[in-house]
Design a protein around this ligand. Structure first.
Ligand SMILES: C[S@@+](CC[C@H](N)C(=O)[O-])C[C@H]1O[C@@H](n2cnc3c(N)ncnc32)[C@H](O)[C@@H]1O
Length: 289
């Protein structure tokens, strides 16, 4: 695709090989995989199709569409923003710059929730800092007896979350609240889940530009020591949990010991840490006595 101008006929295989090198030079970590995802997106097919027809030449329109997304990605726009969606826990979610791109660690947190959530009775679940709505939507989809409240202080993020609830056909099961944590929350919950901002303000500048320049700062900034929002959520939590109710919270992998202290001093019991797949401290768990 020399000089990003495609003049001769290019097959799927050739285009992918060329892009892999182009992305490799730019330091993109999974160049071949990203090339395939972008080509499938530009051709509006799934990735398997690329393997079934590797010798198919691209039409001029297809080349133009592909060139546009490749250029965008190479300029540093996150892959998920280029294609506008992400798959999370088996569901599709729209993503854009108004809400954090959901991460694999958060998908793993959902496993922790699913292990603990009762299926045999109606439960109320609260998602604090819903962002794209991934946790709230998954609660509604996978826990049929759950009613869900999704909170975010960012009206733009809440719009994305509402869009995703509609996309996944659960908008009638989720109440959306624009609220500074519990400010507008009423009643008690059986389950509270949160992936709060937990990066220390002084560390924000050092983040990879894909994160720093494209993710909303409000989704990342955990204050001076990174724990400010965790404290704000934990400190009044007993007033929002049913007796026996459970809280699960994603944290930074070096925040485990302080997190346990914060949860314990908030009056939670059975406080502990669960690890992520990389073996790092990642989730705080606690129960209301
Ligand atoms: C790390 S993101 C998590 C988004 C989503 N739950 C996920 O896991 O992908 C944190 C979210 O908390 C929201 N948030 C930050 N401060 C808040 C506050 N004071 N009250 C409510 N939500 C807040 C942000 O807007 C952002 O959507």
């Amino acid at each position: 695709m020399g000089g990003t101008t495609l003049t001769t006929e290019w097959t799927i295989r050739e285009v992918l090989n060329w892009t892999r090198g182009f992305f490799e030079d730019a330091g993109i970590v999974q160049p071949r995989l990203e090339a395939e995802i972008l080509l499938a997106h530009a051709l509006d097919v799934d990735r398997l199709h690329l393997y079934l027809a590797p010798d198919k030449p691209l039409t001029s329109d297809e080349r133009t569409r592909y060139r546009t997304v490749v250029k965008e990605r190479r300029s540093g726009v996150p892959l998920q923003h280029v294609i506008g969606e992400v798959s999370f826990y088996g569901l599709r979610f729209h993503v854009d710059g108004d809400a954090l791109i959901p991460r694999g660690e958060t998908e793993e947190m959902l496993d922790q929730v699913m292990k603990r959530a009762p299926r045999d009775r109606e439960i109320r679940c609260l998602d604090l800092g819903t962002g794209t709505g991934v946790l709230a939507v998954c609660f509604a989809r996978y826990l049929p007896l759950a009613t869900v409240t999704a909170v975010d202080v960012s009206p733009a993020a809440l719009k994305v979350a509402q869009q995703n609830a509609t996309l996944n056909e659960v908008s009638d099961r989720i109440e959306f609240l624009e609220s500074d944590w519990y400010e507008k929350v009423e009643g008690r919950y059986d389950f509270i889940a949160s992936n709060p901002p937990y990066i220390a303000t002084s560390d924000l500048d050092g983040l990879a530009s894909e994160v720093r320049d494209y993710e909303p700062t409000i989704a990342l900034d955990g204050g001076e020591d990174g724990l400010e929002q965790i404290r704000r959520i934990a400190s009044p939590i007993l007033s929002y949990l049913q007796p026996g109710g459970v809280v699960l919270m994603e944290i930074g992998h070096q925040q485990g010991a302080q997190g346990v202290e914060i949860f314990t001093s908030s009056g939670l019991v059975d406080v502990g840490i669960e690890r992520d797949m990389a073996g790092k401290d990642r989730y705080l768990v606690g129960r209301c006595p």
